[in-house]
Ligand binder design. Sequence first.
Ligand code: DX5
Ligand code: ZN
Length: 224
Amino acid sequence: MERKNRLAPSILAADFKTLGSEVAAVTKAGAEYLHIDVMDGVFVPSISFGMPVISSIRSVTDCLFDVHLMIVEPEKYIADFAACGADSITVHAETARHLQRVLHDIKSRGLRAGVALNPATPLSVLDYVMPYLDMVLIMTVNPGYGGQAYIPEMTGKIRALRQKALELGMPLDIEVDGGINDRTLRTVLDAGANVCVAGSAVFSGDRAENVRKMRNVMAEYTEF
Ligand code: DX5
Ligand code: ZN
């Protein structure tokens, strides 16, 4: 099975006063996805941004908009996020009361569907929704802020999920989010992740150079 590795810069760490040029810089440098963190101040302590910001940057790039909803009652907002330009919507298993229904809704709109798991949430919550999933987001920090340290116990969780996907013959995307830098990037790729979110590691210093360096590392890992 061919592995498609994708770098997903998280705009949470970008400079918002020049967000359009921040997005252009990382996508022109080769980032395939743009990771968009929506926070509601209820599920997670902080509040980030919502639909108007996403609509506004939609015209800057054709790259895949990977929307990570850290919000309660995500089912209420799927239509809105689809309308403002999301290509992929990921909901947290901890917030979706009817997880299968919301995944079915996302897919019925022609979008990619993902489930995110907090560090303490077991993989077994995925058992009965696997057919609806394009991606699983393994949170490698507790969601809510950028710039936190990678939680080492997540390496085994990534490995176990990749093993399960291989057993099922599923070309599942496994995304990791939180504390990904030059060093932890190799750890998660070794374990079987293939979509790597990076906030502070991309949006500090030379953005284009950061993207190129991380994509070069990712290119070394070509097979499951
Ligand atoms: C955390 C967010 C992340 C965050 C990652 O709640 O979901 O996407 O921006 O930031 P870094 O890469 O700085 O840990
Ligand atoms: Zn995220």
